[in-house]
Design a binder for this molecule. Structure first.
Ligand code: DQA
Length: 142
């Protein structure tokens, strides 16, 4: 089974982007960690990143078309703005797990509302790169 891991804007800069908030691991480091654990679970990781909202919509549709077991989604700032991604999550049967490195509720007011969280099966936030690993553990049990 395949788990899609979809990352939104600015997450390509992980490792150097505000490391006091997002940590020092790069997206490549995170893929490596996820792939090691996925192998042990008998799962395959399909990891993607885009700075463009529509790519995330297309990839959610693709997750369903390819019969992915789950989609782990860190939509970055689109979390707080994107009705289109919210609707895509609603439109597919594939279970979606929202993840964040930081804990948006402990940050600025404009990060407190999540469109993705309204549609997702559940949310994991605040554990740095480990948030992704916790989401993978949850997805493995679907
Ligand atoms: C983030 C939190 C968002 O508020 C922010 O816009 C990001 C990263 C996180 O993983 O903590 O880009 O999704």
């Amino acid at each position: 089974d395949t788990i899609f891991v979809l990352n939104g804007p600015n997450l390509n800069l992980l490792g150097t982007r505000e490391p006091q908030i997002y940590g020092h691991d790069t997206l490549d480091d995170i893929v490596g960690q996820l792939e090691d654990r996925a192998r042990a679970l008998g799962l395959t990781i399909d990891m993607r990143q885009s700075n463009h909202e529509g790519h995330l919509v297309d990839w959610l549709h693709e997750a369903q078309a390819r019969d992915a077991k789950a989609a782990i989604v860190n939509a970055g700032a689109f979390t707080h703005t994107s009705i289109a991604i919210h609707d895509a999550v609603k439109a597919i049967r594939t279970p979606v797990i929202e993840v964040h490195l930081s804990n948006p509720h402990a940050r600025e007011e404009f990060r407190h509302h999540s469109y993705i969280g309204r549609a997702a099966r559940g949310t994991i936030a605040g554990f740095g790169a480990h948030s992704y690993m916790l989401a993978l553990e949850a997805a493995a049990r679907f």
